[in-house]
Write a protein that binds this ligand. Structure first.
Ligand SMILES: NC(=O)c1ccc[n+]([C@@H]2O[C@H](COP(=O)([O-])OP(=O)(O)OC[C@H]3O[C@@H](n4cnc5c(N)ncnc54)[C@H](OP(=O)(O)O)[C@@H]3O)[C@@H](O)[C@H]2O)c1
Length: 357
């Protein structure tokens, strides 16, 4: 895959385009950054693929996913996130099929932990489940290595030592390049990192957590901790599942497929104070002549995260997200965006079981 075009080609190419197309074309010079302290570079927009599959009404199958992935590659996106559980593995299959001809130019991230079926050993972070699922993910992804293998939550039933030894073995066998983690309590992540250091095991390089303008609880502990430890921050649902696009209005119609069929959407956002935030973003978007989603993503980038993991069911969603790389926010803009926020109930980490607390 060719990422970027020559300067001369670019000048000639830009001259023939309308203004809106120009913004997109200039985004061909995609921004890349190191994933945390690693030497591996990822695009500052990661394409999340939970929306690829068929387990819920709002998702899209391969015919609709193909143009999104092709456009992402064309715009220089090299970072793709999936999970073994998304549509029972269908998301990984779609990602594998669509990226197989670009394997050496992309960074593929997937996950293990959540339930894959009935019965014991079908979930969690035991050596048994990790080894089994890594093999299955590699098969579905049509590849010989996972670039970033993430634990999809903490497992209260397995010692972190067992998990880290299994993950380290995958790295040593070349089946995994780096390991990462997703939503958990900060004390758990700290325990995992010091266990790796204590035992000389692979260390998590990234944190995929829930962070957006409407959900900022991670600013209390996790984000400063990750910055201190050189962990790459790759937040999920950076647009609050579509709420931070401005398409849902206070007291307005909510009848979209995602609202109807994404069981978490309605219960997580749509509080009056969430509308205060989105309306402030709308105000700033209008002043800058950009979209609300671009403001929401530009704010995350301004906060020093590595790459937001965006969701898309249309090519335009992806193009809009890539345009956010050209939106510059001042500290004053950020202050105004943050001002209406009210604390939110915790969304992300699994609760500590009563037996453990
Ligand atoms: N680790 C975890 O536990 C976890 C949890 C959740 C997600 N994730 C990851 O994060 C990724 C993104 O999650 P997400 O889908 O919730 O992300 P999101 O970026 O917050 O929301 C994406 C949705 O917003 C809407 N949207 C995006 N751009 C738009 C635009 N310009 N105009 C109007 N609507 C727009 C679309 O909704 P419609 O499709 O309704 O049009 C799109 O599906 C997932 O694919 C997955 O990889 C991880």
């Amino acid at each position: 895959m060719k990422i970027g075009i020559s300067y001369a080609d670019r000048v000639c190419f830009l001259g023939t385009l309308k203004q809106d197309e120009r913004a997109i074309a200039s985004a061909r010079s995609m921004q890349y950054t190191h994933l945390g302290s690693t030497g591996m570079q990822v695009s500052r927009i990661c394409l999340g693929t939970m929306s690829f599959g068929n387990s819920e009404e709002w998702m899209v199958e391969i015919d609709k996913a193909r143009p999104i992935v092709n456009r992402a590659l064309d715009l220089g996106v090299n970072f793709f996130d999936t999970a073994n559980v998304y549509s029972k593995g269908r998301s990984e299959e779609i990602v594998g099929e669509l990226l197989k001809d670009h394997r050496d130019d992309v960074v593929i991230a997937t996950k293990v932990r959540l339930s894959t079926g009935e019965g014991p050993n079908r979930e969690g972070l035991s050596r048994y489940h990790i080894m089994d699922q890594a093999r299955r993910s590699l098969k579905r992804l049509q590849t010989d290595r996972i670039d970033l293998y993430q634990i999809h939550r903490w497992d209260y039933a397995t010692l972190i030592e067992e998990t880290l030894v299994a993950l380290t073995d995958l790295v040593r066998r070349g089946m995994v390049n780096y390991i990462g983690a997703s939503s958990m309590w900060s004390w758990q992540f700290a325990k995992a990192l010091f266990t790796s250091d204590r035992l000389g095991l692979s260390r998590f390089v990234s944190m995929q957590n829930h962070y957006n303008l409407c959900y900022r609880e991670e600013e209390r502990e996790m984000i400063p901790f990750c910055k201190d430890q050189g962990i790459g921050l790759i937040p999920w649902s950076p647009l609050a599942r579509g709420f931070l696009t401005g398409r849902y209005k206070r007291g307005g119609k909510t009848d979209t497929p995602r609202y109807r069929s994404d069981k978490y959407f309605a219960e997580r956002f749509f509080r009056p104070e969430d509308f205060d935030v989105v309306e402030r973003a709308e105000e700033i978007a209008k002043e800058k002549g950009v979209t609300v989603s671009q403001i929401a993503l530009a704010w995350l980038l301004h906060k020093g995260i590595c790459a937001p993991i965006i969701g898309a069911t249309k090519v335009e969603h992806l193009e809009d997200a890539v345009r956010s790389l050209n939106v510059k926010l001042s500290s004053d803009d950020a202050k105004r965006l943050e001002e209406p926020y009210k604390p939110h109930r915790i969304i992300g980490p699994l609760p500590v079981p009563e037996s453990a607390s």
